[in-house]
Write a protein that binds this ligand. Structure first.
Ligand code: SAH
Length: 343
């Protein structure tokens, strides 16, 4: 049995032809799965019954078990899913005004061991498949009001650039008009700074949003917080981001969590201004860090966070401060999975 969501439209046409169906049946299957949200071949009424049986024998549409669904007071909703091999993954919906952002995982666990992030605590297990990432979106649509996900971010567990081929294939299916039809500009790939991934992404011909988890503006501190910085240090990372923005004409977003006593002083803010001084197309998203009991880090005080932001504003940097969402349901990266895998 194969996961039907592994196939893009062209591949499915070929596959169905080889099974004695017609190429146009692939478009019908796509429409049931991705437009009408019908995931049972038995109900795909414009496909002749005999052929539906053929599909049932060869493919499955869904492979997850929904283990837990938690809703925050602020409407953020997080789900814990068990995938086919028994691993746990998490995905989140974050409603805000006219949009509903889906946040999905790209791997089971993570290799990168950033010191503030819960995702790497249990180590890395494996890459998620294209079909599994699409399935996360299907589950998120199911819990979203009006079954609508308008924006998608690869900010759940895992490093998307480390699972590049599967992530890009999932994005192409999610983005395609025959598929889930979420615009490329509404899809964000977030990376801890894997330079070859950023370079590849800039050549895909897709207008994706690139988000880079920066969190420190000098190499000493960044290498301490994010060991990946030893391999891909700041100067080269920023150069790759500049190239991404000039090639795609898209603004790059730098994520910067503000951790008390670590990276949130005025000196740190000045370092950040300096690091980005001749970069044009970017913005900074400041995040009050989530408190994770496993780590000693605490969120910066509001006063320090505000002065940090003021310093960037004075230097005409486009900066936003993300509101904390879903804290009451452990919505920070990897927290829910961590709690379950421990118990
Ligand atoms: N590996 C990718 C995507 C997953 S992490 C990346 O590094 O970008 C998604 C975002 O959550 C990153 O910006 C990450 O740095 C941030 N994050 C991790 N732990 C956090 C915490 N404790 N509080 C706030 N943000 C956190």
């Amino acid at each position: 049995m194969r996961d039907i969501k592994e196939f893009d439209l062209k591949e499915l046409e070929k596959e169905l032809l080889s099974l004695g169906l017609k190429a146009f049946h692939a478009r019908q299957v796509f429409s049931w799965l991705y437009k009408k949200g019908v995931l049972d071949f038995n109900y795909m009424s414009d496909i002749p019954k005999g052929l539906r049986k053929g599909l049932l024998d060869k493919f499955y549409t869904l492979g997850f078990k929904l283990l837990k669904s938690l809703k925050s007071e602020d409407e953020t909703q997080k789900i814990l899913l068990e995938v086919k091999d028994g691993s746990y993954i998490e995905a989140v919906t974050i409603p805000a005004k006219a949009r509903v952002t889906g946040c999905i995982s790209s791997q089971v666990g993570c290799k990168y061991r950033c010191t503030f992030c819960a995702s790497g605590l249990l180590g890395f297990k494996r890459n998620l498949t294209t079909g599994e990432m699409i399935e996360e979106v299907i589950y998120l649509k199911d819990i979203a009001s009006d079954n609508r996900i308008t924006h998608l971010v690869f900010m759940g567990t895992g490093e998307p650039m480390d699972n590049y081929a599967n992530v890009i294939k999932a994005i192409r299916i999610i983005n395609s008009s025959a598929g889930l039809n979420i615009g490329a500009r509404r899809i964000t790939v977030s990376t801890c700074g894997i330079i070859p991934g950023i370079e590849r992404l800039s050549s895909e011909g897709l207008q994706l949003e690139l988000s880079v988890s920066l969190h420190a503006a000098n190499d000493d501190l960044r290498s301490k917080l994010m060991p990946v910085n030893r391999k891909y240090p700041l100067k080269e990372l920023i150069k790759a981001c500049k190239e991404y923005s000039s090639k795609t004409r898209r603004q790059v977003t730098f994520e910067y969590i503000l951790i008390k006593g670590i990276n949130s002083s005025l000196n740190d803010a000045r370092d950040l201004v300096n690091l980005l001084k001749d970069f044009k197309l970017f913005k900074i998203n400041l995040i009050p860090s989530n408190y994770i009991p496993e780590f000693k880090f605490k969120p910066a005080d509001k006063k320090d966070a505000d002065s940090f932001k003021e310093c960037l504003l004075r230097n005409r940097i486009n900066v936003t401060m993300r509101r904390e969402r879903g804290e009451d349901i452990n919505a920070a990266c990897g927290q829910l999975r961590l709690n379950y895998a421990k118990n």
